[in-house]
Design a protein around this ligand. Structure first.
Ligand code: CTP
Length: 406
């Protein structure tokens, strides 16, 4: 208990203490469950506090939010609620029983007791609860979670766990790689059966994307994705996800974001296949654009490689592509000259514009219409390539353009 309290602060600590007071003083059967219990046993920092209540979770969440000046959001379908206090969000769920009408579908749920609530969970290391009443409560561990933590293993509670919820394949590699554990042999063969059964197809793009998103936020995301490739879990989600070359470059690197992983996963695909990948995961517009423009950039590489490529030619090839896609692609570019041009484009060339404006050009006698834009583009190119400098140089070029056009 002290480990949990010592590992959280601000809104999380306030909610934790409120739940403890209610459990101890009012006898409310509320428990800490899943990740925070696992992390407290391991004595590692936890991210979220998850609570389970034998009773009406939305009502408890509303009371706690009222007491602490926070906010409660209710998700009636699952009898769950989120309390937000001082920017920290915590889930409070009604203890429930789940059954899956078909593999990969969302579960049917009904309110139940703690045993059923722990039995519905993914892995034994996540199927433990800590009562919040009393000073030194014992961990409730009906599925051998403490032994699994001691043995550093990620194992399921029953053989159809991955078939029920195929997103657990990505969760398994996430915990394995985050904690330095091993997925058990049984769990590996259960995963294989779920893959062979084609159950990943039944999971929506949004649900898969959310699991990818959780991985992208992890320190060892590249290793997690590589492990997912090795086990065939990624190919089960989309058949093109079999190539780990890009991810291998990211392994061990710090400070990576979603764009880096998207480029590593999809950068070597063709445009059509890349679109299929983006559609399968229902990627949001900005991520889909990174995928599309990374592929477009790869296809344009020949235009910006070679010895004498002028900056204006680099801009002509790259303008219109998403700068985030270009930035994330630099580390995957084998040709150092191209990589250097991409960097200069991002830092310098794409920001170049003429000193003269469209209005200046009109005053100088450029006829209004498309010629103004064309002249501005020519000025920009000339400035990029060092053919003109300063406002006077630009004016001279504009006079030449007018003479040429008349
Ligand atoms: N859970 C599950 N099956 C899933 C998702 C979640 O059984 N597909 C259960 C697990 O018991 C998990 C809990 O719900 O511990 C909370 O899920 P989540 O917040 O995603 O994970 P945490 O265990 O809190 O892990 P993390 O440290 O990654 O937040």
């Amino acid at each position: 208990m002290d480990r949990v309290a010592g590992g959280v602060n601000g809104g999380q600590l306030a909610v934790f203490n409120s739940m403890r007071r209610r459990a101890t003083g009012e006898g409310i059967p509320v428990y800490l469950v899943g990740g925070p219990v696992r992390d407290a046993v391991l004595n590692v920092p936890t991210r979220d506090l998850d609570f389970v209540l034998i009773g009406d979770a939305p009502a408890l969440a509303a009371d706690v939010a009222d007491e602490l000046g926070g906010q409660a959001t209710v998700h009636p379908r699952f009898g769950t609620a989120t309390v937000e206090v001082e920017g920290h969000r915590m889930d409070v769920v009604t203890a429930r029983k789940e059954s899956y009408p078909s593999p990969g579908s969302l579960p049917e749920v009904s309110a139940s007791n703690l045993d059923d609530d722990l039995a519905r969970r993914d892995f034994s290391i996540n199927a433990m609860a800590l009562p919040l009443s009393g000073d030194s409560p014992e961990v409730i561990d009906p599925h051998g979670g403490l032994d699994a933590l001691a043995g550093k293993s990620v194992g399921t509670l029953h053989p159809s766990s991955f078939a029920d919820d195929p997103t657990r394949m990505l969760r398994a590699v996430r915990y394995e790689q985050r904690l330095g554990f091993q997925i058990t042999t049984d769990a590996l063969s259960e995963m294989q059966q779920a893959i062979n059964g084609g159950h990943a197809d039944a999971v929506s793009g949004d649900r898969w994307r959310q699991e990818f998103q959780k991985i992208f936020e992890e320190d060892r995301a590249a290793e997690m994705l590589l492990r997912g490739i090795e086990l065939g879990a990624l190919a089960a989600i989309h058949p093109v996800l079999t190539d780990g070359k890009g991810l291998t470059r990211l392994a061990g690197e710090g400070d990576l974001g979603p764009n880096d992983f998207l480029v590593a996963l999809a950068g070597s695909l063709s445009a059509v296949v890349g679109d299929g990948f983006a559609r399968r995961l229902n990627l949001p517009t900005d991520w889909a654009q990174v995928v599309r423009d990374t592929i477009a950039l790869r296809e344009k590489q020949s235009a910006i490689s070679g010895r004498s490529v002028m900056p204006s030619a680099v801009c002509a090839a790259l303008d219109g592509l998403n700068p985030d896609a270009i930035a994330a692609s630099v580390r995957f570019t084998d040709d150092p000259q191209v990589a250097a041009r991409l960097r200069r484009y991002l830092d310098e060339w794409r920001l170049v514009s003429p000193a003269l404006t469209g209005d200046d050009l009109l005053v100088m006698g450029v006829p209004s219409g498309p010629m103004v834009g064309e002249a501005l583009r020519e000025l920009t190119s000339a400035k990029l390539d060092g053919l003109v400098s300063g406002e006077e140089g630009e004016r001279t070029l504009v006079h030449q353009i007018i003479l040429r056009g008349s």
